[in-house]
Design a protein around this ligand. Structure first.
Ligand SMILES: [Zn+2]
Length: 499
């Protein structure tokens, strides 16, 4: 019976984020499911259909009867580059466990692909270098987030890697499962050839969702390619643009039983993305026109109109505390509007001190991005909440969540869901926890790039993507890159980066 090690280290680094990433960010167990997971924590993933790669890999490995040795898994919310000592400590712990518990016949890692470390532009490449040294030349298969910025070197260091195929990411379990299938192929000693392509333009986050074109059809091609006999695995990574590194951007990689098949699959995938270059562009509406349009649409609509605050996405390293849309909703006298999540532990504390029904004068949000200001106003504390609750949406279903002290604050007919954890608004439970039924709102302002779509798109009548400034800059042409590779185009058919 093959003995397989399992572990991971995951961070999505936004090098423009004002939030630092020290070791402490990975330590402990956050209510958002992040933190440092040890062997026992990882065993909790077994036999479950949680939306993560570890559960997925267990799903395949247990079916095959592999002897799995869970090591450790560290992750935290997206933020600025990982502190060098945090990276070394965690990767050393992982490598020591590999040496201590080994030898193994294979190793599976759950990675992100967009980790930047102080001193290393690609965290995964450095991690894989260390793991290779500790584990030796055994099959090493890794799952990756579709936002990975993947280097050729990391492809060389691993035996195979496979990325998610959905954004919102609802196929993370399936990706872990597919890694199991590739592992089996390798354990059987069958040939596996690799092909890798870096694509010539950056894809803005706002055009990446697989719920819409062009990504929907482009990702559908993967199934066709994998149906070709001898093609084992194909991935298309849309990349993570808010990362000022040489290799930021989309990549394609394929694995097959011959080099020719791998090359052909990768090339067809790359050509398909490039053919539709003019569709991978930003499509955001300025704050005031977006709010005005949402108010007009919501008058006639039976379901909420969504204002997606795509650039203030905690899930891409922003602060989730900007106030542009809140300010505009109040200024325009919007009716039945609900905004979330506003990350402001200080405001939540003030509301808890004051109690339900109280009026509080405070500066809400606007505290974390230099140059931004809190929104000063008198709010009614409508509801307070705290403690654990289960997530209910497709991405987090079954996961016990805890966003710390929460408050529902109201100003006029605009309500704000305040949280003490920095998490993107991708689950209706976050709103229900403070007594809001999201489907009953006229306007839902959600701080999220696309993950909200998994749980909220089905209850909405329209979606408007808003250009409110925050720590995620959607337009690659407006992103202050210094280290990107010269020659790459900034957005579909965008200007060429000159360096
Ligand atoms: Zn992602």
């Amino acid at each position: 019976m093959p003995r397989i090690a399992m572990g991971g280290f995951s961070h999505e680094t936004n090098t423009f984020s004002p939030i630092s990433t020290p070791y402490e960010s990975f330590a402990g167990r956050g209510g958002d499911g992040r933190g440092l997971m040890d062997r026992d924590d990882l065993l909790q993933m077994r036999g479950k259909k949680y939306n993560n790669g570890l559960s997925g890999f267990f799903g395949f490995a247990d079916k095959e009867g592999y002897d799995i040795e869970p090591l450790l898994y560290a992750s935290t919310m997206p933020s600025d580059q990982v502190a060098r000592d945090a990276f070394e400590r965690i990767s050393d712990q992982l490598c020591e466990l590999i040496k201590e518990k080994g030898p193994f016949d294979g190793i599976y890692l759950s990675l992100h692909g967009a980790m930047v470390v102080e001193d290393y532009q690609d965290g995964e490449t450095e991690l894989l270098r260390k793991v290779r040294k500790a584990a030796g030349n055994i099959p090493l298969v890794a799952s990756l987030d579709l936002h990975g910025n993947i280097t050729a070197e990391s492809i060389d260091l691993s035996s195979a890697m496979a990325g998610f195929r959905t954004y919102p990411h609802v196929d993370i379990f399936e990706t872990g499962y597919r890694c199991g299938q590739v592992m089996k192929h390798l354990l059987q000693g069958k040939p596996l050839f690799k092909a890798y392509r870096m694509l010539p333009f950056i894809i803005p986050l706002s055009s990446q969702t697989t719920n819409a074109e062009p990504a929907r059809s482009v990702y559908a091609l993967i199934d066709d390619l994998e149906n070709i006999p001898g093609v084992i695995s194909v991935s298309f990574m849309e990349g993570f643009p808010p990362a000022d590194i040489y290799h930021a951007g989309p990549t394609v990689f394929a694995y097959a039983e011959t080099q020719a098949l791998a090359d052909e699959a990768a090339q067809r995938m790359a050509d398909t993305v490039i053919e539709r270059e003019d569709e991978w562009v930003c499509n955001l509406i300025d704050v005031d026109p977006a709010v005005e349009q949402a108010m007009q649409l919501s008058n006639k609509a039976a379901k909420p109109v969504i204002l997606a605050d795509v650039q203030d996405n905690a899930g891409a390293g922003s602060t989730s505390d900007t106030t542009w849309i809140l300010e505009s909703l109040v200024k325009h006298g919007a009716k039945g509007a609900v905004l979330g999540l506003m990350f402001d532990p200080e405001a939540a504390e003030i509301a808890h001190q004051a109690g339900e029904g109280a009026q509080v004068k405070l500066g809400l949000g606007g505290k974390l991005i230099p140059g931004q200001e809190p929104y000063e106003a008198v709010f009614v504390v409508e509801r307070l909440a705290d403690g654990d609750f289960p997530a209910t949406g497709p991405m987090g279903k079954g996961r016990i969540t805890n966003l710390g002290k929460m408050a529902l604050l109201r100003i006029d007919d605009v309500r704000v869901v305040v949280s003490s954890a920095r998490v993107q608004a991708n689950d209706q439970s976050y709103f229900r926890h403070v007594g809001i039924e999201p489907s009953k709102a006229k306007i839902l302002a959600l701080k999220s790039s696309h993950h909200y779509r998994a749980d909220f798109e089905p209850i909405s009548s329209a979606i408007l993507q808003v250009a409110a400034p925050a720590a995620v800059i959607d337009d690659p042409a407006k992103t202050p890159y210094k280290h990107l590779r010269p020659g790459v185009r900034l957005g579909g058919n965008g200007p060429v980066f000159k360096g």
